[in-house]
Design a protein around this ligand. Structure first.
Ligand code: C2E
Ligand code: CA
Ligand code: CA
Length: 718
């Protein structure tokens, strides 16, 4: 017989070998227990598993010899209570018993009941906690266990603990993998794993297989997703950053990311994920469309032009010849908008866009860069062909437009600049040039095309500076603006009847500028509305003040067409009358014939509204515009003001006298008074008086002067 020490080491090494095959946990345990029985000369060995929450034993497993010794049910029950008691007594740390030594009385009784003479109990500790006991029992009368035997049992307890831990961690791994796969199969992201060496797919989740609609395992990603996907999973791809991938079949966009990970078998693999970003891409595209394209006409906008421009310069560097940038600004579009409504204005812009779009067939790029501003860029071409494009463009605007059921003329002013291929043209400079050329075209009476040259620059510079400094002055509470008053004299009595409010402005840059120059600038950028309101309010306040001083003068205020076009203008006028408490009869608004030319009916409505407030109305500059006598009959006018040009030649020209006589009699028939403007000499005054002209205005009686001077000169004497 082998020594117990030799036996112990033999069994131990057997068991350690078994440990290598830890997957056979169950078998291993049985073998261990059997070996323990034979080694210790016991009849029974088992593992009693402790119930964590209750602290008692829930089962004993992998028993050897048990079926021989215990009557199945009862025996198990008895053993259970026995082990519980032992567990309690040993405070769950494990303890060895043999025969009757060190065993409590109660325990011996229990042992006797089931016919055992002794046992060894050793704790199985996992992570410091007693999770089970190894129990060995014998029914031999004289069973005596040596320290060596007890030590062996304790060793085996440790081995079993190792086995156990190994097994449970294997279970865990298995479980984790299973969970991992379930999770991956249920997420919306495509996941696949490639072997690093071969580049072949070794794992794919359900979403990826669904996307590709075929078996993907053992194929390469580029085989499945196309060549523009990562070519091969070699080492270089480990460095791959993510990219966006378009899957043609499903029309989906994916955000692709890579990660080098270690796979379950320990090998290094490339994990690829494809996250569906189609919604995001769609959204971004919509945003881009919105940012770079005009909603109304669908044409690319100014921002797109700015982007494209530098591209064009680059692309055309090595081409022959030159190309043109043509800025097109519709003439009087604002009028169309104001008189026929925005709806119609929009329809017109769409028509213009459609017309310009046709030039794309000729290699042109077309943009809408502002309300009524378009840009056409020609392709580099021969001068003849470019001229043909220009002619066609201007012919296109020189015809009747058919929009909805309407037909009318609406011309455009064009500014053109030429860029030679190879020239390093800057966007801002080119745009400045075409703007200046457009401005020049407008000045030439609209419906014109002007090609930029350096002389244009000077004029435009002044315009731009005037505009800039006017905006700043208006914002600064009408700094540098002043309303002056020119007297209007009764021709009979030669006494003062009223005055005309005339605006003055001193530009920071160029000094005093005549209203003839700055009013059109204010009109061209909408500032005239604020400025006109300022004049009206100042004049009304001044008038009220003079009335309070005992001088019931009438104050005339000039209106601009832009003001009349504001839908709420009548309301604003009424507010000013209320706020300043000026009697409406002391206010006279001056309009010109040309204002009525576009929309006589609308003009009539507005003037009738003023008329109904009791405000007086004068027709200014009579005889200069499209003189329509119809206007005199149709409009609610109190006064007509004969333009200075007639007064200028009244002394030399008898036919002017005849003309004036007719006008005076006609006006008086229609209950209107007549005013002569620009009277500079006594001779003129006498003639006009003889013609029965009611009131006179001109330098002969006084220039426009400040309210203080006016008071001093005309009111204090009166
Ligand atoms: P307007 O309404 O025809 O004003 C009369 C212009 O003739 C004034 O020029 C006035 O100074 C000038 N004038 C008056 N009597 C004589 C004269 O005997 N000889 C000469 N040579 N000129 C005379 P002003 O102030 O330079 O204004 C020019 C135009 O600017 C005005 O013509 C009017 O159309 C416009 N304007 C002036 N102030 C305003 C304003 O507050 N609002 C608007 N919308 N237009 C204004
Ligand atoms: Ca006037
Ligand atoms: Ca006038």
């Amino acid at each position: 017989m082998k020594s117990s020490k030799a036996l112990r080491s033999e069994i131990t090494s057997d068991l350690l070998k078994l440990l290598q095959h830890s997957s056979f946990f169950e078998n291993s345990c049985k073998i261990i227990l059997e070996k323990l029985c034979s080694f210790s000369g016991s009849n029974v060995a088992c593992i009693a598993v402790i119930n964590e929450s209750k602290g008692d034993i829930t089962s004993y497993e992998y028993a050897a010899g048990i079926d021989k010794l215990f009557e199945y049910h009862n025996a198990i029950e008895e053993a259970r209570s026995l082990y519980s008691t032992i567990a309690e007594q040993s405070n769950r740390t494990g303890m060895a018993y043999y025969d009757s030594k060190t065993v409590s009385e109660g325990c011996i009784e229990d042992f006797k009941k089931i016919g055992y003479k002794g046992c060894i109990i050793s704790a199985v500790k996992i992570e410091g906690r007693t999770s089970a006991y190894i129990i060995i029992a014998s029914n031999e009368d004289n069973c005596e266990w040596s320290d060596n035997t007890i030590g062996a049992v304790q060793d085996f307890g440790k081995i079993i603990a190792g086995l156990w831990q190994n097994q449970s961690s294997q279970d865990e791994l298995h479980q984790t993998l299973k969970t991992f796969r379930t999770v991956l199969d249920n997420i919306d992201t495509c996941v696949f794993v490639c072997e690093k060496k071969s580049g072949l797919i070794i794992y794919s989740n359900r979403r990826f297989s669904d996307l590709c609609g075929e078996n993907v395992i053992s194929r390469t990603p580029s085989d499945i997703l196309g060549d523009d996907f990562l070519p091969d999973c070699d080492d270089a791809t480990a460095e791959l950053k993510g990219f966006e991938y378009y899957h043609d079949n499903t029309k989906q966009w994916f955000d692709v990311t890579f990660a080098t990970i270690s796979w379950t078998d320990g090998s290094t693999v490339l994990l690829t994920t494809l996250y569906d970003i189609s919604d995001k891409v769609e959204y971004e595209k919509a945003i881009e469309r919105q940012a770079l394209f005009d909603q109304l006409t669908g044409l690319p906008n100014r921002r797109k032009l700015e982007r494209d421009f530098s591209e064009l310069v680059k692309i055309r560097k090595d081409r022959e010849g030159s190309w043109y940038v043509i800025s097109i600004d519709l003439d009087d579009f604002k009028n169309l908008n104001d008189t026929r409504g925005h709806h119609h204005g929009d329809a017109h812009l769409k028509r213009v866009a459609d017309f310009l779009r046709e030039f794309r067939d000729r290699g042109c790029d077309v943009y809408r860069i502002g309300g009524d501003e378009f840009v056409v860029i020609t392709a580099p071409d021969t001068q003849d062909r470019i001229n043909a494009v220009l002619k066609e463009l201007s012919d296109g605007f020189n015809r009747e437009w058919q929009v909805d059921a309407n037909s009318y003329y609406l011309t455009a002013s064009m500014g053109i600049t030429e860029i030679t291929c190879g020239e390093d043209a800057a966007y801002s400079e080119v745009m400045k040039q075409v703007d200046m050329a457009v401005f020049q075209a407008k000045k030439l009476g609209k419906n014109n095309a002007v090609k930029y040259h350096s002389d244009i620059g000077e004029n435009i510079y002044r315009h731009i500076e005037i505009k800039r400094s006017m905006i700043s002055d208006v914002r600064n509470n009408f700094r540098n603006f002043e309303v002056r008053y020119q007297p209007i004299i009764n021709s009979d009595t030669e006494k003062i009847e009223g005055c005309e409010a005339l605006l003055r402005w001193k530009c920071d840059k160029f000094g005093p500028i005549s209203p003839g120059e700055f009013i059109p600038v204010a009109e061209s950028n909408g500032l005239i509305n604020q400025i006109g309101e300022f004049v009206l309010k100042s004049a009304a306040l001044q008038c009220r003040k003079w009335i309070d001083m005992g001088h019931s003068l009438r104050v005339n205020v000039n209106l601009s067409i832009e003001q009349l076009n504001q839908p709420d203008f009548p309301e604003k006028v009424r507010e000013i009358i209320n706020d300043t408490a000026v009697p409406s009869g002391n206010l006279m608004l001056e309009v010109t014939e040309s204002m009525a030319i576009n929309d006589m009916n609308r003009m009539k409505d507005i003037l009738n509204e003023f008329y109904s407030y009791g405000i007086h109305i004068a027709l200014d500059d009579f005889g200069t515009g499209y003189s329509s006598l119809n206007c005199l009959k149709e409009m609610p006018l109190n006064t007509i003001k004969i333009d200075k040009t007639f007064i200028d030649d009244i002394v030399e020209n008898p036919s002017t006298i005849k003309f004036l006589r007719t006008i005076v009699s006609l006006s008086h028939d229609l209950n209107m008074t007549v005013c002569a403007e620009g009277v500079e000499h006594r001779e003129q005054f006498d003639l006009l008086k003889g013609l029965n002209i009611d009131v006179i205005q001109g330098f002969y009686f006084g220039r426009p002067i400040s309210s203080k001077e006016f008071e001093k000169k005309f009111l204090e004497k009166a």
